[in-house]
Design a protein around this ligand. Structure first.
Ligand SMILES: NC(=O)c1ccc[n+]([C@@H]2O[C@H](COP(=O)([O-])OP(=O)(O)OC[C@H]3O[C@@H](n4cnc5c(N)ncnc54)[C@H](OP(=O)(O)O)[C@@H]3O)[C@@H](O)[C@H]2O)c1
Length: 271
């Protein structure tokens, strides 16, 4: 019997997959139906097999959804309506950071400045990315991380997983061999003494997502970002922090997104 249907976009690796594992391992797992919405179905099948390997009785299905493509999102949304008569939780997790570049000079400058902790906590100033344009004519990061999800027509809470070692972050230094990352790990753990945003593992990074699972939506603060944080001793917890955005700016962005959505939905959908 299905009690709750949970959809996770970008669920085939990293934080999305860790969230699925944590939900299936929780006391609320009974009657849970997990739907993994992924662009890469080969990896999606592998993720499903891994989840079922650990939780053989779990209900896990797959849905093809490329959040960077308007037509893919709209057809996935129609498919969802056909498949489920309920959708209890939707995790808008899919995201990219294309061609990330690590600015070594900025890193050393930051290391000896007063903003050293902010630099480690947010990556501000040391990370840049090279964005492309999708066949729909949108910036790739905007389309994948934001607009594809916006098209699903949901109000959502914002979370920040912290700095997590996943395919996304390993991509910052692609030529860095795996054993060097392993050697670096104790140093990264040490940085937790100064900033609890170094959650590092996908399990810890998924903390705020798991926390949200147990909250009543009406009690959530729409202007808060819910952060996954990890203490020096490795204890994970969730903390809300007010987002630094004023109401006029957020309303203007929302209006623009609605206009873009109307335009996108007017265009014929490629099959
Ligand atoms: N790791 C961090 O430190 C960090 C920090 C802040 C925010 N985040 C955010 O956390 C989320 C999860 O990232 P992660 O760190 O777990 O990285 P990850 O392991 O690379 O996972 C990203 C997931 O998104 C999927 N995805 C990418 N583009 C997609 C598309 N067009 N359509 C559907 N799925 C797509 C990927 O699937 P494919 O296999 O198809 O590529 C993958 O499953 C992202 O939104 C990211 O921006 C991460």
């Amino acid at each position: 019997m299905i009690n709750k249907v949970v959809l996770v976009t970008g669920a085939n690796s990293g934080i999305g997959l860790a969230l699925c594992e944590r939900l299936l391992g929780s006391q609320d797992a009974e009657g849970l139906h997990l739907c993994l919405a992924c662009r890469n179905m080969r990896r999606a099948h592998a993720a499903r097999s891994a989840l079922l390997g650990a939780h053989p009785a779990a209900q896990v299905t797959l849905l093809q959804m490329d959040t960077s493509s308007i037509s893919s999102v709209l057809s996935a949304a129609r498919e969802l309506q056909l498949r489920f008569n309920r959708l209890d939780y939707v995790y808008l997790n899919a995201g990219i950071m294309p061609n990330p570049q690590f600015d070594l000079k900025a890193f050393f400058r930051g290391l000896f400045s007063s903003s050293v902790i902010t630099m480690f906590a947010t990556g501000e100033g040391i990370l840049t990315q090279k964005d492309g344009v999708t066949p729909d004519g949108l910036q790739e990061v905007f389309a994948t991380n934001l607009f594809g999800h916006f098209l699903l027509g949901l109000y959502s809470s914002v979370i920040c997983p912290g700095f997590v070692m996943t395919n996304l972050t390993y991509g910052i230094l692609p030529s860095f061999p795996a054993f060097l990352w392993t050697l670096l790990m104790p140093l990264l753990w040490l940085i937790r003494v100064f900033t609890n945003t170094f959650t590092l593992t996908p399990y810890n990074g998924a903390e705020a997502l798991v926390w949200l699972f147990n909250q009543k939506p009406e009690r959530l603060d729409p202007r808060a970002k819910y952060h996954s944080l990890t203490s020096v001793l490795g204890h994970s917890y969730t903390q809300p922090r007010q987002m630094d955005v004023d109401l006029d700016t957020s309303q203007a962005l929302y209006d623009k997104l609605l206009r873009l959505e109307r335009e996108a939905k007017r265009k014929p959908i490629a099959s």
